[in-house]
Design a protein around this ligand. Structure first.
Ligand SMILES: [Zn+2]
Length: 138
């Protein structure tokens, strides 16, 4: 289980940055035509691993990019927005969200995420396998 040590403000900042980044071009994200108004308004969040896209925060968690136990120097740095990553989350049994599939690993295993398990909810129409390397594995 990931710990939630981010302040509410930091979490809000991370979500804001995430949705705004989606207004531009991100490799592996192609928002369905019907959701373009929401995209242009900066309302669509995306999982930084599987690139599942949705307007509802209930499908996402803010997690640490570098685990706070591995962060050198100030332990406060681990809980700033620069160390925040948005991952999809399991909102029901079997959803296998990236955050929960990650567990104690540094990054979710391949094939994890709502992009695979909840395709019908995904506002990103690209086939999950065609979304390319994820943001942090390169
Ligand atoms: Zn995901």
């Amino acid at each position: 289980m990931s710990r939630q040590n981010f302040s509410r403000t930091t979490r809000d900042d991370a979500f804001l940055w995430n949705a705004r980044a989606n207004i531009g071009v991100i490799d592996g994200i192609a928002i369905e035509e019907q959701y373009m108004p929401q995209k242009e308004a900066g309302l669509i969040y995306w999982c930084e691993n599987c690139k599942f896209c949705h307007t509802d925060r209930m499908y996402f968690d803010v997690d640490h990019l570098v685990p706070d136990r591995q962060m050198r120097g100030s332990s406060n740095a681990a809980n700033t927005a620069i160390n925040a990553v948005i991952l999809c989350k399991s909102y029901e049994a079997g959803a296998r969200g990236c955050n929960q599939a990650k567990g104690a690993r540094l990054w979710p295993p391949p094939g994890a995420g709502l992009a695979y398990t909840r395709r019908e909810l995904d506002m990103n129409w690209l086939e999950p396998r065609l979304r390319g390397a994820n943001t942090h594995w390169g």
